[in-house]
Design a protein around this ligand. Structure first.
Ligand SMILES: [Zn+2]
Length: 217
């Protein structure tokens, strides 16, 4: 029996969001309670809010857009690694994970996930993120998808250095995961971002499949 583990944040106006990115709005177009035949809404929000994918075009001006991301990277085996008690993840931290040689999708559970568990609503600039050398390690190691548990792979105030390394090598970045309830180990992984033509990123539903009982805690 496989257990489905949802590692997606629920999109809503109360989620922490990047400064100046604008509020998420679910705008009523029609409402049955207002005499209309249907409930219909518009959704307006920054594409880098909540659980989302970054496409190369986010930082590389001739890079692929989100509708062009390869599905074979977005679906397949993934490894969840636990990296607690660290604010800046370095090359050494990643090398110390002793990943098996065939790991191509890596999700990092850090102290950030405890913010989701605690329901912290304000944006935190001191989130756990990757150093520039950690990003280079990811590329050299042949990782094709990197998942992190806050809204960016790199520190708040360093500029897009790690993004450029990763997106320049066509590593798919999945940001804003909630891994608080996920034990380290191998899983089957599926992440399906919305197929938005020409977009720099898109919200995604991401799930893990685990053998029943031994990976959830
Ligand atoms: Zn992003």
């Amino acid at each position: 029996v496989k257990e489905i583990i949802d590692i997606t944040l629920t999109l809503g106006p109360e989620l922490p969001r990047w400064p100046d990115s604008g509020e998420l709005q679910l705008i009523p177009s029609s409402r049955i309670s207002g005499g209309d035949d249907y409930n219909v809404s518009k959704l307006c929000f920054d594409l880098h809010m909540g659980t989302h994918v970054d496409a190369p075009w986010h930082c590389i001006d001739d890079g692929h857009t989100v509708d062009e991301l390869p599905l074979d990277v977005l679906i397949g085996p993934a490894f969840v690694a636990h990296v607690p008690d660290v604010r800046l993840i370095t090359e050494r931290d990643l090398a110390g994970l002793d990943l098996s040689a065939d790991t191509t999708r890596l999700l990092l559970r850090t102290d950030n996930s405890e913010l989701w568990r605690a329901g912290v609503k304000e944006f935190r600039k001191d989130y756990v993120a990757l150093s520039h050398d950690a990003a280079e390690w990811i590329v050299q190691r042949g990782i094709r998808l990197l998942g992190v548990d806050y809204l960016s792979v790199e520190p708040f105030d360093t500029g897009p250095r790690a993004h450029r390394v990763l997106l320049g090598a066509n590593v798919v970045l999945l940001e804003g995961l909630n891994l608080a309830h996920v034990q380290p180990g191998p899983y089957e992984f599926t992440c399906l971002p919305m197929k938005v033509k020409g977009a720099d990123g898109a919200p995604a539903r991401a799930v893990l499949l685990a053998s029943h009982g031994d990976k959830v805690g």
